[in-house]
Structures are given as structure tokens and as C-alpha cells.
Ligand binder design. Structure first.
Ligand SMILES: [Zn+2]
Length: 413
């Protein structure tokens, strides 16, 4: 299993300039490699392999200093990135997809990635006669200084100041240095041993929404913080400031940075909130199994009245985090089909033919008389549905209208 650790990096002005120059070089290289691939593909659906391109890079490095003065590991990572993009494109071509989606040429690159190499280390002999032993270890990207700030080793640049607020665990494999609106960050991808999934003892179903962020099957709710809505006025002002500056002037760039920072703040607030909610579910409330709906936020945002609220709630990110946290901590996370969860009674399984409006917060079953908060009812349904799936049954609401049309008319009219 892979786990990524994120740390803040503080390069000096000179180091920053070197990094920006590296961004430009990697962009050029990426576009050059992509062009080579595209031309060959257009020539007769032929593809250049990643290894051909890496060999070509070797020749280029031997021929000119324009290539050899940049770190090879970063260049190889760029080629791998092009390869991944092109492989997806080829797959879509083979499948006969409507939109083939040519990989795009880059206008800018904002991150540098390099793989950490393995080297042979000689193990110290305990006795003189003991045979010589060697092991293969990966280089550590961070040098510890024993002070508040450690040092990150960047190929060809040297050591850059880093605030390692907690140690990483596992075997570091890949490093990515990224520039965001609010500063520089490093992401260290580590290989950690898999956690064995626990035996489930407690479970909960959750229903996500825009009114409350989530409601669980115990009836407890989590408020929706609506970070984007909160920052909307501030963002509008910053956007207005930007629009009134002369394009690409010094003040325009300043205003652009200020706007980007505010957007970054909103994104970070959202991420922080989601991470805390997920942790609360799995650890504070101690649920071993969490079940949610299998929603498709991408389709749901097509409703233009709800698009902003749905995007602000970021359910997709929440589900991804649940999946990942469950895998990391040995818990379970499942998703069930979302059809009619808020229209069905959780007590008697009768499906109401009337669709509740978003403003109606209570579910009232006219068959058994159950009165419940609509999200709580949906959360219970989700949990029941998962339990049915676990037993190998197909969960099905009892359709009132198919059984007895007269009774249905009498009940629901
Ligand atoms: Zn009922």
C-alpha cells in the first residue's frame, strides 16, 4: 500500500529561480516527447515506447549540455508521465470511444517528480571472519539536522529547507516538489505494509446531502460548513480587483496571486474538514464498517440549481477519503446503489410513489405511520441495503402500486 506524506518546503530566492527554470525545461521536454509520439501515431498508428524515448534522452544528454545539465531522474519521470497519458489515449482509440482526447501540450508545469534510486550498502560485519554482506536500500530524501528544520535533497540543486512536522513511515519511493498558490510543498510517496482488515463488529450507513453534510443511521448529523459560500463575497471582490487591472501588468499578477491564495484556502479548509469527519467516523465513533451511496457527483452537477452546493460539499473527495482511510486502518467501506433510498420507508419497506421535494425534511410513511427525518430514513435504508448485499440478496422495495393499486390510492392520495 502506498502512503503519501506532505511537508512544507522553504526554498531561498536563488533556489526558487532554479526550480522555476527546471519547470520550464521539464515543460519543453514533455511537449517534445509528446510531439514525437503524436507524429508517430498519426504516421500509421505506431507508438514509440517509453524505453525508446529514455534511450533517445540518453543520446541527447551525451550530445548537448542543454539536457545533461538537468537532473536525469526528473527527465525520466516526465517521459513516464507522457507515456501514461499516451497509453490512456491508445486505450480509448482501441475501445472506439467517442472522445479520443489527444494528450494536451503543456502551457506550464508546476511540479517536479523524481524516483529515489536504490543503492548497495555494505552491512557491518559483527566478527572479522563473517562473510561480507550487502543489502539494497533506497536513498533517504531527507537529511536530519536535529533542529526545527530538516533538509530535502534535490538532485543537482542541493539541500532545501523543509519543515518535517512528523516523520514518514515505510520505504520512500518517489518525491514530488510542487508549487501552489501559498508556497512550496513536497510529497513523499512511501510503500507501507498492508493492514489486515478487522472483523466487523459495528456498522453505520451514511446519507450525504447539501442541507446537512451527512446523517448516519443513528440519527447523528454533521453540519455542512459550506466553505465556498462563506468565501464567495471575498472571492468576488478579488475577482473584481483582478478584472480592473491591466492585463499582465505587475499589479495584475499581484491580484491574480491574491485570488489564487483565497481559492487555495477554501480547498484546504474543505480537505481538513473531510479528513476530520472521516477520522471521527472510523475512530471516535469506532465504526468498523461504513456504508454510503454510490453517487455520481459529475452527473449530479448538471443540475444548475444545485451545482454549486454539490461541488462545495465535495462528496467525491469524501468517498475517496473514506475508501483510503478504511484501507489504511483495516476498516471497511462499501457503496450501494442510491435508487429510492429517500423514498422508501425504513420500517416497512414500502416505496412511496411521491418524490419528496428538497425542502421537505420529514419522511412520513402512510402505510405504517413512521415519521422520521428524511436523511435519517435514507441512512437506515442504505445500511439495510448493504446488509442484504452481504447476505447475497438483492434489496428491493415492496412496490405498493404493483401489489394493490386500490390500497395504494387510498394510502397515498
Ligand atoms: Zn412504513
Amino acid at each position: 500500500m502506498k502512503q503519501t506524506f506532505k511537508y512544507r518546503v522553504y526554498p531561498t530566492k536563488t533556489e526558487e529561480q532554479w526550480l522555476f527554470a527546471e519547470f520550464r525545461h521539464q515543460k519543453q521536454l514533455q511537449n517534445y516527447m509528446l510531439q514525437m509520439r503524436n507524429q508517430m501515431w498519426d504516421y500509421g498508428s505506431k507508438s514509440v515506447s517509453m524505453y525508446d524515448q529514455i534511450n533517445h534522452l540518453k543520446d541527447l544528454r551525451a550530445a548537448t549540455s542543454h539536457y545533461s545539465e538537468h537532473p536525469q531522474d526528473m527527465q525520466v519521470s516526465t517521459i513516464k508521465r507522457v507515456n501514461a497519458a499516451h497509453e490512456h489515449f491508445q486505450r480509448r482509440c482501441c475501445e472506439g470511444a467517442e472522445k479520443k482526447g489527444y494528450p494536451k501540450f503543456k502551457r506550464s508545469v508546476r511540479s517536479l517528480t523524481w524516483e529515489l534510486r536504490k543503492y548497495t550498502k555494505v552491512v557491518r560485519r559483527k566478527t572479522k571472519d563473517a562473510p561480507k554482506q550487502t543489502i539494497r536500500v533506497r536513498q533517504n530524501p531527507i537529511r536530519e539536522t536535529g533542529t526545527r528544520y530538516n533538509r530535502l535533497k534535490v538532485p543537482k540543486l542541493g539541500e532545501v529547507k523543509i519543515r518535517q512536522h512528523r516523520p514518514f513511515i515505510g520505504d520512500p519511493k518517489e518525491v514530488t516538489l510542487k508549487k501552489t498558490a501559498r508556497g512550496w510543498y513536497v510529497f513523499i510517496v512511501c510503500e507501507v505494509p498492508d493492514t489486515i482488515p478487522c472483523v466487523p463488529k459495528s456498522a453505520c450507513g451514511i446519507d450525504v446531502g447539501t442541507h446537512k453534510f451527512l446523517t448516519d443511521s443513528d440519527g447523528e448529523t454533521e453540519d455542512n460548513p459550506r466553505f465556498y459560500r462563506q468565501a464567495e463575497r471575498k472571492l468576488a471582490k478579488l475577482q473584481r480587483d483582478l478584472s480592473r487591472k491591466q492585463y499582465r501588468s505587475r499589479r495584475w499578477y499581484k491580484a491574480k496571486d491574491a485570488l489564487a491564495k483565497q481559492h487555495d484556502i477554501v480547498a484546504c479548509q474543505r480537505l481538513d474538514f473531510i479528513a476530520k469527519v472521516v477520522y471521527k467516523l472510523f475512530h471516535h465513533k469506532d465504526f468498523d464498517v461504513v456504508v454510503a451511496e454510490k453517487l455520481k457527483p459529475r452527473n449530479m452537477v448538471k443540475n444548475r440549481h444545485l451545482a454549486k452546493s454539490i461541488s462545495d460539499a465535495s462528496w467525491g473527495m469524501f468517498f475517496d477519503w473514506c475508501k483510503w482511510a478504511a484501507k489504511r486502518d483495516g476498516k471497511h467501506f462499501h457503496q450501494v446503489p442510491p435508487h429510492y433510498t429517500s423514498q422508501t420507508c425504513s420500517k416497512c419497506c414500502q416505496k412511496s410513489p411521491i418524490k419528496l421535494k428538497l425542502s421537505e425534511r420529514m419522511f412520513h410513511c402512510k402505510s405504517c405511520g413512521l415519521k422520521l427525518d428524511r436523511d435519517h430514513n435514507a441512512a437506515l435504508n442504505i445500511l439495510h441495503r448493504a446488509a442484504c448485499a452481504l447476505r447475497g440478496e438483492v434489496w428491493d422495495a415492496i412496490l405498493c402500486e404493483t401489489r394493490n393499486p386500490l390500497l395504494q390510492q387510498a394510502c397515498w392520495s
